[in-house]
Ligand binder design. Structure first.
Ligand SMILES: NC(=O)c1ccc[n+]([C@@H]2O[C@H](COP(=O)([O-])OP(=O)(O)OC[C@H]3O[C@@H](n4cnc5c(N)ncnc54)[C@H](O)[C@@H]3O)[C@@H](O)[C@H]2O)c1
Length: 369
């Protein structure tokens, strides 16, 4: 294979599959990367859909057999954008074939599968990234820099909320995400995202106390097996206290990930529904005019300027995936990178498993080291 290109395979073409396809199409033009993705092979559950999507997204080959895609010698990196229960099987097969992997979150539906994925990756020596796109936002990157530089002093409390309303309607039909095979529900569907951001802003969680809730017990006469709501008290490894709430049944909330980080000298606040800005309060200057100020992202917040040269015009959700693709390519080339590795991803999985155990046993639980 040419050093200046990389062969891409994509599994799944729904919400995330299209997002990956757009990112693979845009990454070279946006970043001027030396490596240009070659869209080699696309897999979907049905052959006709695979053909249609391959033509739309620009992939050369299409298949209904994802194993054929992984076996394709032209495929060097595999995007896994299929539903959660497939992640472990697909990722392990890709590692065995020596391919790099870009896998959607959550890593897996069980701790054992996530462990298997991490072990397979370690054995293969391939690069693996998880789809924690929100950490790629230039606003989050700036918040990280501010906190690391001491702008708000020592972090002593964090508050994280992730809310959407796609499960809010009690009369909505039974969906895949209502079944136990998809995982816990709000914990591994949602909580993992704010946890990935928290990891960057204040580090890992040491112990948790969690309550899960199921507002609607049945849909279309079938028992709902997952929880739409999870509320967790947190104790971080750095000693800070915290609160994390995830709710998939929160009417009116469309893509809220509200983060507040409180420190000894100030506060930083962010909401994904207004992803091109964050709020900063510091105790500097005249007390009579102190207050939160809004920082709008701009070309000074890398890599914003590679998308748009004008400040305040804003990036969108799909742009975060383009940045994630670029970070993955950097990691493949052995350069410093902001991907969420399988190692960090596994630690995030350990955190949600500890949360589920806490709910079950109705007590504080330490996150496994
Ligand atoms: N990173 C994020 O912000 C984010 C957002 C949404 C979903 N996700 C994750 O992305 C993954 C996919 O979610 P989605 O919302 O795109 O789902 P989706 O239902 O929109 O798409 C899944 C696609 O996978 C296809 N598929 C199913 N089985 C397959 C198989 N055996 N081979 C090939 N294709 C198969 C389906 O036909 C469908 O087109 C999930 O793990 C989800 O948690 C991540």
């Amino acid at each position: 294979m040419s050093e200046s290109t990389i062969g891409v395979g994509l599994i799944g073409t729904g919400f995330m599959g299209k997002c990956h396809a757009l990112a693979w199409n845009a990454v070279a033009a946006t970043f001027g990367e030396a490596r240009r993705p070659r869209l080699v092979h696309l897999a979907e559950a049905r052959a006709d859909l695979a053909q249609t999507k391959a033509a739309e997204f620009g992939f050369a080959k299409a298949t209904e057999d994802w194993r054929a895609l992984i076996a394709d010698p032209e495929v060097e990196v595999v995007s896994i954008a299929a539903p959660n229960p497939f992640h472990a099987e697909m990722a392990c097969a890709a590692f065995e074939a020596g391919k790099h992997v870009w896998c959607e979150k959550p890593m897996a539906t069980s701790r054992e599968d996530a462990r298997r994925m991490l072990d397979a990756q370690t054995r293969s020596g391939a690069v693996a990234a998880l789809g924690y796109n929100y950490i790629q936002n230039p606003a989050i990157r700036q918040m990280e820099e501010l906190i690391a530089g001491g702008a708000i002093g020592a972090v002593n409390h964090v508050r994280l909320e992730m809310d959407e309303d796609f499960m809010a309607d009690p009369d909505a039909p039974f969906a895949f995400k209502n079944g136990a095979s998809s995982g816990y529900g709000a914990l591994d569907d949602f909580a993992v995202h704010p946890l990935s951001i928290l990891w960057r802003l204040a580090g890992p969680v040491a112990s948790v106390m969690t309550d899960q809730a199921k507002p609607y017990a049945a849909r279309e006469g079938r028992n709902v097996e997952t929880h739409e709501i999870a509320t967790s008290l947190l104790r971080l490894a750095n000693g800070a206290s915290g609160l994390l709430v995830a709710n998939r049944a929160a009417w009116g909330r469309k893509g809220r990930i509200a983060i507040q980080v409180f420190g000894s000298k100030g506060t930083i606040a962010y909401d994904q529904e207004r992803m091109n800005e964050f709020q900063l309060f510091t105790r500097e200057g005249d007390e009579r005019t102190q207050g939160f100020r809004t920082v709008l992202t701009a070309p000074v917040h890398e890599p914003y300027g590679l998308f748009v040269p004008a400040p305040g015009h804003g990036l969108g959700f799909n742009d975060l995936k383009v940045i994630e693709a670029h970070e993955l390519l950097r990691a493949i080339d052995g350069r410093e990178s902001r991907i969420v590795t399988f190692e960090t991803g596994f630690a995030i999985e350990e955190t949600v498993h500890a949360m589920a155990r806490s709910h079950e046993e109705r007590r504080w639980v330490d996150v496994a080291p």
